[in-house]
Design a protein around this ligand. Structure first.
Ligand code: PRP
Ligand code: MG
Length: 212
């Protein structure tokens, strides 16, 4: 019987809770020398530790069968990829924020202005939906600094506790959407792997029910 190949975030906010839910459903992972791939001892599962942003492509190509990933990453890079379960952790918002003193009250007010973000596809989609023209500055991290250094008039980024916005003198003016970790599936998953995934999903549902 072949293994189900499941991707989780290598390091970062999702990693700990992703490993936690696998543990909760009784899958124990041997974290061996080969840290980018590990097999479960008691279940036909292999875990791949990958960069968040790379996971949609791995799913698309069928290099992995499933993934625990933020819905926000799917919205940015994997709108063609389905998920079968919301996992209730890594909850956040993807929001537009501006300097405290700005008069902008919504994304619309940023028409003709500069928006810094690590989520260009997401922002483009919302701009298009609302018929707004704005200039995008793509930054990979520390996006909240952009308005302070004169690079942008507003930003679009993840808001969790709100502490990064606060520390950088920014205020949230519009929530584009809410996100949480989800169980995503490759469009190329085999019937055999799908059967294993269904078992995993079933166990996750039981764990999530127990927690709610
Ligand atoms: C993330 C995100 C926000 C912040 C939100 O950044 O890009 O900046 O966390 O969390 P908060 O609302 O609880 O402050 P991260 O710290 O991962 O660093 P990066 O943007 O440089 O990758
Ligand atoms: Mg950040």
């Amino acid at each position: 019987m072949s293994n189900l190949r499941i991707a989780v975030q290598k390091s970062g906010r999702l990693n700990e809770d992703s490993m936690g839910i696998l543990k909760d459903i009784g899958i124990s992972i041997d974290n061996g020398i080969d840290q980018l791939k590990a097999s479960a001892r008691n279940f036909p599962v292999e875990v791949f530790y990958l960069r968040n942003g790379d996971i949609p492509q791995y799913l698309r190509d069928g290099v992995v069968d499933a993934a625990i990933i933020g819905e926000n990453v799917l919205i940015e890079k994997g709108t063609d990829i389905d998920f079968v379960e919301r996992l209730g952790f890594s909850k956040c918002k993807v929001s537009i924020a501006v300097p405290k003193e700005s008069t902008a009250n919504s994304l619309k007010d940023l028409a003709g202005q500069r928006i810094a973000t690590s989520y260009p596809e997401t922002v483009k989609k919302y701009l298009k939906q609302n018929n707004i023209d704005a200039q995008l500055h793509i930054i990979n991290g520390s996006v909240e600094i952009a308005p302070n250094i004169g690079l942008a008039d507003g930003i679009c980024d993840i808001v969790s506790s709100g502490s990064t916005l606060f520390k950088n003198g920014l205020k949230e003016i519009e929530v584009l959407f809410k996100s949480e970790a989800v169980l995503a599936v490759s469009p190329k998953i085999s019937q055999e792997s799908k059967a294993i995934l269904e078992k995993i999903q079933f166990r996750m549902q039981a764990v999530l029910k127990g927690k709610s």
